[in-house]
Write a protein that binds this ligand. Structure first.
Ligand SMILES: Nc1ncnc2c1ncn2[C@@H]1O[C@H](COP(=O)(O)OP(=O)(O)O)[C@@H](O)[C@H]1O
Ligand SMILES: [Mg+2]
Length: 238
């Protein structure tokens, strides 16, 4: 369970998060919607503990992570997977090595078991046969899928994705969102996706929150958002 309560953050005189509150249930797929610059990434970074709020609470599994020391935070973060905006693969490692990296770094799994696990995940993200390729040899969609494989390889209970469709064409965008959906349901991951891609978000989310000017202006299931009076949402549905 993730609980956000009255989260407030300003940079200089700019208030980015103005007392935002919401909850994410275990196994739920929540999308944070908002236009560019609305504070989606800033909110996500609070959930991971990369930014401390001016005030407010981010409770993960009963612990307020805004109060944790860096060393405890690192431990909490180890149970989370992230898919950042630009994929952020290691350029000097192959797809296989990128996906295996967290296992090599943080577990004592044997080489053979690492191999089984990595090949299994790479198959899941449709990168079978691309194990030996370097990031520079991959298409944008393949890079996202490789980053997704690395993000879920540790069997994390929570997955955070920031703009998983950025830089992709409509078909690839749809594919990566569907893939995230399939994988997190299979792994029973609690998932938080920040996105401005309303159409694909509505297809996969259990619930969505729309943020604007530091506040949640609409929230609910895809069906509930369809009947929202919000002009920005209405524009999409009509
Ligand atoms: N570290 C920072 N210092 C100052 N301003 C920031 C910082 N990070 C984000 N901002 C500002 O906060 C606002 C929200 O940014 P962001 O969360 O990246 O938007 P989004 O992800 O929704 O496009 C923007 O106006 C951005 O310039
Ligand atoms: Mg962003």
């Amino acid at each position: 369970m993730i609980k956000v309560n009255k989260l407030f953050k300003q940079f200089g005189s700019q208030v980015v998060l103005n007392e935002i509150s919401f909850e994410i249930k275990p196994g739920e797929l929540l999308v944070i919607l908002g236009e560019s610059g609305s504070g989606k990434s800033v909110l996500l970074q609070h959930l991971i503990g990369l930014i401390k709020p001016d005030h407010g609470v981010v409770e993960i599994e009963g612990r307020d992570i805004t109060k944790l020391r860096e060393s405890d935070l690192l431990r909490v973060r180890r149970d989370m997977g992230y898919l950042f905006q630009d994929g952020a693969l290691y350029d000097f490692m192959t797809v296989y090595e990128n996906a295996a990296f967290p296992l090599r770094e943080h577990t004592r799994l044997k080489r053979k078991d690492i191999k089984t696990k990595v090949l299994d995940i790479l198959k899941m993200v449709d990168l079978k046969g691309a194990e030996g390729k370097f990031p520079s040899q991959l298409s944008g969609g393949m890079r996202k899928r490789a980053a997704l494989a690395r993000a879920v390889i540790m069997d994390s209970k929570i997955l955070f994705c920031d703009e998983p469709t950025s830089g992709l064409d409509p078909i690839k965008s749809r594919n990566i969102m569907d893939l995230i959906n399939t994988i997190v349901r299979k792994l029973k991951c609690t998932t938080v996706i920040a996105s401005h891609d309303i159409i694909n978000s509505l297809r996969i989310a259990d619930r969505l929150i729309l943020i604007r000017q530091g506040q949640i202006v609409a929230a609910g299931t895809p069906a509930e958002l369809r009947s929202s009076k919000d002009a920005y949402l209405q524009e999409f549905f009509n």
